[in-house]
Design a protein around this ligand. Structure first.
Ligand SMILES: *Cc1c(COP(=O)(O)O)cnc(C)c1O
Length: 467
């Protein structure tokens, strides 16, 4: 627990933060309201100490095997972060150089993702992949509307086709921007959206198909080329031409380095846009995303706003207005610092750890791997059928939490909701050393559960955070 304060509940029912007398100065309040706006000032040291101590109650990010988001950068990055803390990404007038660097970054990504002519592509940074996906989806919707209107066709009922295993941001997109989601269920035979049966979902109101490079539930790649081939066949049969947006939140920063021959990006003509999270395998602190369109025709001009910029004007396409610019500079730093060889080395060592972990977990009789981490360094496993009635993966997740490890268990999406899996996301900083410790704790937890003489209660179990 924190050493300067205790959280107390007072008789009047208001919650306050109590300051340890060691830290209070004469005349200074030792109780601070927790939910009411404070009446008085406090000393800088006091306020600092309180916030600092509250933060200690957060988990240890190194032991968090649930999240994709980066939690470590080197000292030079930390220095830049402090120097750039005041930069506002939208203020291209005040920070033209940050704006120029943003452009360099998405042009580099266009290059990395094989845009036919990176100079003719267009892109932007965002606060994360969620915003980037919204922008990608909005561009698809607006393009479809333009095409329909110019053909004299109605535009009331746009739909988008996606796997039932999409990340929640796509449900948000459909809800907020009123596009009907057409979910293609996954199954044991079709573990990801692979183009199979796509003709049942696509029609003249389809604004696009989302292909996920690194499905959040399991880390598996959806075969973008196979999806594109299915759409080619649909176009031949019906004349309907449907573009693809690739949600590469994690995979778009893995595949270029670890699977350079895999065709998933702008090499496939149907791919209109790609997003990634700078703060996942882009290795930057949270809040940074990117979205790039293959060329300027893929992003309708009427979605773009022009802000004044040193006498000229700067096009912007964003949901936010003000937002931090520091992460963009950190991304640029990493692109310069690592280059292709450096990114390859970092991602490869992360994948080596994932493959080692999955191979060890596969040897434990209780488990059956769902996948092994050879796409992005993420994999999932389930309890072997008929292995035990005494415990399940939620119990295991709780046991691991006692050792500080966050390893979520959760049900798979439609049509596999009866299957529970547990997943590990290996990120930069999760070393072989930590992997050894984790495996020791995992084996111990399984041994404990296996030794139970009767079933553990299963009421009230809930899935862990796994986005
Ligand atoms: C994480 C993730 C998102 C959301 O990304 P944020 O950067 O957290 O907003 C979207 N799609 C996929 C496939 C993801 O893994």
């Amino acid at each position: 627990m924190s050493n300067t304060q205790r959280i107390t509940r007072h008789e009047d029912g208001r919650d306050r933060v109590e300051l340890n007398p060691i830290f209070s100065r004469p005349g200074e309040a030792t109780m601070l309201p927790k939910f009411l706006f404070p009446e008085e000032e406090s000393l800088q040291e006091t306020a600092y100490q309180i916030v600092h101590d509250e933060m200690m109650l957060d988990g240890n990010a190194r032991l968090n095997l649930a999240t994709f988001v980066g939690t470590w950068m080197d000292d030079h990055a930390s220095r830049l972060y402090l120097e750039a803390a005041d930069k506002n990404m939208i203020d291209k007038d005040e920070y033209p150089q940050t704006a120029a660097i943003e452009t360099r970054c998405w042009r580099m990504l266009a290059d990395l993702w094989h845009a036919p002519d990176p100079a003719n592509s267009i892109g932007t940074s965002t606060i994360g992949s969620s915003e980037a996906c919204m922008l990608g989806g909005l561009a698809l919707k607006r393009r479809w509307q333009h095409a329909r209107r110019s053909a004299g066709e109605p535009t009331e009922k746009p739909n988008i086709v996606l796997s039932s295993a999409v990340q929640v941001c796509w449900e948000k997109f459909c809800n907020y921007f009123e596009v009907e989601p057409r979910y293609v269920p996954i199954s044991e035979e079709h573990k990801v959206l692979d183009g199979h049966g796509l003709e049942k979902y696509v029609d003249e109101n389809t604004i696009g198909v989302v292909a996920i490079l690194g499905v959040t539930y399991t880390g598996m790649y959806e075969p973008v080329a196979a999806i594109a081939a299915a759409l080619d066949r649909i176009q031949e049969a019906t004349g309907i031409d449907v573009p693809i947006h690739v949600d590469g939140a994690s995979g778009a920063m893995i595949a270029p380095f670890l699977q350079p021959d895999l065709e998933w990006d702008f090499r496939i003509e149907r791919v209109a846009s790609i997003n990634t999270s700078g703060h996942k395998y882009g290795l930057v602190y949270p809040g940074l995303g990117w979205v790039v369109w293959r060329d300027i025709t893929a992003l309708p001009d009427d979605l773009i706003f022009r802000v004044s910029y040193l006498g000229g004007n700067m096009p912007t396409f964003a949901l936010n207005f003000s937002r931090p610019g520091a992460q963009v500079l950190l991304q640029y730093y990493l692109f310069l610092r690592l280059g292709r060889t450096g990114f390859h080395a970092v991602q490869q060592s992360t994948q080596d750890v994932a493959l080692y972990l999955s191979s060890e977990i596969a040897k434990i009789p209780a488990f059956e791997l769902w996948n092994d981490g050879s796409d992005i360094p993420v994999f999932a496993w389930r309890l072997r059928d008929g292995y035990t009635q005494n415990w399940n993966l939620y119990h295991l997740s709780e046991r691991l939490r006692m050792k500080g490890w966050l390893v979520p268990a959760y049900p798979m999406p439609a049509d596999l909701v009866d299957i529970t899996v547990q997943r590990i996301v290996v990120r930069n900083g999760f070393s072989h050393d930590l992997a050894f410790s984790f495996l020791a704790d995992l084996r111990e937890a399984v041994a404990y559960l296996d030794a139970l003489e009767g079933p553990l209660p299963a009421e009230g179990q809930h899935s862990g955070f796994h986005h």
